[in-house]
Design a protein around this ligand. Structure first.
Ligand SMILES: *[C@@H]1O[C@H](CO)[C@@H](O)[C@H](O)[C@H]1NC(C)=O
Ligand SMILES: *[C@@H]1O[C@H](CO)[C@@H](O)[C@H](O)[C@H]1NC(C)=O
Ligand SMILES: *[C@@H]1O[C@H](CO)[C@@H](O)[C@H](O)[C@H]1NC(C)=O
Ligand SMILES: *[C@@H]1O[C@H](CO)[C@@H](O)[C@H](O)[C@H]1NC(C)=O
Length: 258
């Protein structure tokens, strides 16, 4: 019985002191400021920031004393805010959990926890057209496009079907994760086929306009200009004919007067 009460109390203390986990994504080379969210008791013995539960990064002691641990010397700055730490020039290997705890005579309490993921920029992508099958005749207009989006180490293909200039993606959008944890994604937007290579901190894209890929959509302007030329030729012809008629008429009148 008493064991359960003691256990219950412990759980309460843990729960009361527990801090929310903040998830952050940092671009490789950037800095990150870790803040202590909770209040620190006046009579604390030390406040520690640790990494992955095993490595101590820095220890604050009463009287503005602090110890920076090996492996972090030269990599930290201390903003004005008490017990805050700025980690400089983060690299992929710095990904992990950073947690702050306060130790007093009576207990130990969590103060803050950050789950940090450091990501590099994503590599460029290239969107290539594998095939274009189109039919364009009276009553039938369709254009099937197959494209491939490639990065250095991975690629995905996708098929689009266009009918009367309205395209849709066969099978819908199916983003794929690459080995580096980034995502490769092909989709339609504003009449363009877009390939997007993205992670949480960076993205690159390549795109092609569908109207430049399907031959029958290649020239709204070409279509209009043929029409325009026909109209101009027809109008000029008409004007010349009218002039001819008038001239003949006038000459006839002139001759009668004589
Ligand atoms: C820290 O922990 C994360 C998982 O939480 C792991 O991916 C990472 O490799 C660890 N880093 C080190 C240096 O131990
Ligand atoms: C495009 O694909 C659809 C469905 O697979 C097919 O019915 C249609 O004939 C294709 N059009 C062309 C021009 O190949
Ligand atoms: C690419 O994907 C990222 C992440 O999802 C997004 O923020 C960005 O707007 C996308 N770019 C384009 C051109 O759609
Ligand atoms: C992605 O990272 C590269 C290289 O650091 C940078 O030039 C580019 O502007 C970044 N793109 C975006 C959308 O953040």
């Amino acid at each position: 019985m008493s064991i359960f009460v003691i256990l219950g109390l412990l759980v309460c203390i843990e729960a009361q002191g527990s801090s929310d986990v903040t998830t952050v994504f940092v671009k490789k080379g950037d800095d990150l400021i870790l803040n202590v969210g909770a209040d620190v008791p006046e009579d604390f013995l030390n406040v520690d920031w640790n990494f992955n539960k095993t490595v101590i990064v820095v220890r604050f002691e009463p009287g503005e004393k602090r110890l920076v641990f090996l492996g972090f010397t030269g990599r930290l700055e201390f903003p004005v805010k008490k017990f805050s730490v700025k980690l400089k020039n983060l690299q992929e290997a710095d990904s992990g959990v950073y947690a702050a705890r306060v130790v007093t005579l009576l207990e130990e309490q969590p103060l803050a926890e950050y789950k940090v993921t450091v990501q590099g920029p994503v590599s460029p992508v290239e969107l290539t057209v594998d095939s274009v099958d189109s039919v364009f005749s009276r009553g039938s207009d369709s254009c099937n496009l197959t494209v491939t989006c490639s990065t250095q180490h991975s690629h995905i293909s996708s098929t689009f079907r266009c009918v009367s200039r309205t395209c849709s993606q066969e099978g819908g959008e199916r983003p794929e994760l690459t080995t580096s944890g980034a995502s490769l994604h092909v989709y339609l937007m504003y009449g363009a086929i877009i390939c997007n290579h993205s992670n949480q901190v960076n993205w690159t894209k390549d795109f092609k306009m569908t109207e430049h890929l399907c031959p029958q959509y290649a020239g709204p302007s070409a279509g209009t200009s043929v029409y325009l030329v026909k109209m101009v030729v027809f109008s000029v012809g008409l004007i010349i004919m009218v002039f001819a008629v008038i001239t003949v008429h006038l000459m006839e009148k002139f001759r009668k007067h004589k």
